[in-house]
Write a protein that binds this ligand. Structure first.
Ligand code: CUA
Length: 289
């Protein structure tokens, strides 16, 4: 298309230079009219019609049936809720399916499989985009959109929110990790496990300070659904939806200076928490792999 557009551009520029500089006034009104009809009406209709036909023939591939896992992804303010192992709901469903294994801001995909991503949102419109693997798909409240992703190379890919959704729109990244089918199954099985460490002072502080009202840590009694599931936070690549590496220091900072770390975040800053308490909570969460 770029080559075709360049050729057409050269022809148009060439003609305009010819009639204005080289031989101005050499052609009558009839010749000009013929030029407009052929060059301005018929030629663009034929070229654009051919491109449209070509584009339409490519569409069935984009809508191809999935042969991999079904994963639900919900655009939240301002992070991504990920649900592995849900049942697919083809067509225009109103709500994302529930009941899978929950994670956040990270999506594992098996290589060479057409995974079906069901995309929704509880409140505002986001757009789910992993430029290296597939096109964008909007996350629209009251509707479930479907995107088939077929990664062909192993690796870690960056994803972003591509629709302005509020203050922290630009801090709403995620990672897509493409692994072998065996590793994918192992990863989802690991995600399904309850938290690895239950006996820890950080756990008591987590519960005592009310973190469990918004966050779930499976196996501990913390079952909040407002914020990201933290059951395996330590195994994730990023904290705060693509913002920081997951280290105890970063978690502690995120807890006490949430609004400075991620302006616009919905979570309140726990600035009244002592540094020692925040460090204990962070140490526990950071070790949950
Ligand atoms: Cu979510 Cu922009």
């Amino acid at each position: 298309m770029a080559a075709g557009a360049a050729v057409i551009w050269l022809i148009v520029i060439g003609i305009s230079v010819y009639v204005t500089k080289v031989r101005p006034g050499a052609h009558g009104e009839r010749a000009g009219l013929r030029m407009i009809v052929w060059g301005g009406c018929i030629f663009p209709v034929v070229v654009l019609g051919a491109l449209l036909m070509h584009g339409l023939t490519m569409m069935p591939g984009l809508r191809a049936a999935a042969d991999g896992p079904v994963i639900a992804v919900s655009g939240e303010r301002f992070w991504w809720r990920v649900n592995y192992g849900v049942e697919g709901t083809p067509g225009v469903a109103k709500a994302l399916p529930q009941g899978g294994v929950e994670s956040a801001n990270e999506l594992y995909l098996p290589i060479g499989r057409r995974s079906e991503i069901l995309i929704g949102s509880p409140d505002v419109i986001h757009s789910f985009w992993v430029p290296s693997i597939a096109g964008k798909m909007d996350a629209i409240p009251g509707r479930v959109n479907r995107l088939v992703m077929e990664p062909t190379r192993l690796g870690v890919y960056n994803g972003v929110c591509a629709e302005f959704c509020g203050e922290a729109h630009a801090q709403m990244g995620f990672r897509v990790v493409v692994v072998s089918e065996t590793d994918y199954a192992a990863r989802v099985a690991a995600e399904a496990q309850p938290a690895a460490i239950l006996d820890h002072p950080g756990r008591s502080l987590f519960m005592a300070n009310g973190c469990d009202a918004c966050h779930a840590v499976r196996g501990t009694g913390a079952s909040g659904r407002v914020g990201p599931d933290l059951t395996h936070l330590g195994s994730r690549k990023t904290l705060g939806a693509g913002l920081l590496p997951v280290t105890a220091e970063n978690i502690s900072r995120f807890v006490r200076e949430t609004d400075h770390t991620k302006p616009g975040v919905e979570m309140p800053a726990f600035s009244t928490l002592s540094e020692a308490d925040a460090a204990a909570i962070a140490a526990w969460l950071g070790d949950l792999r």
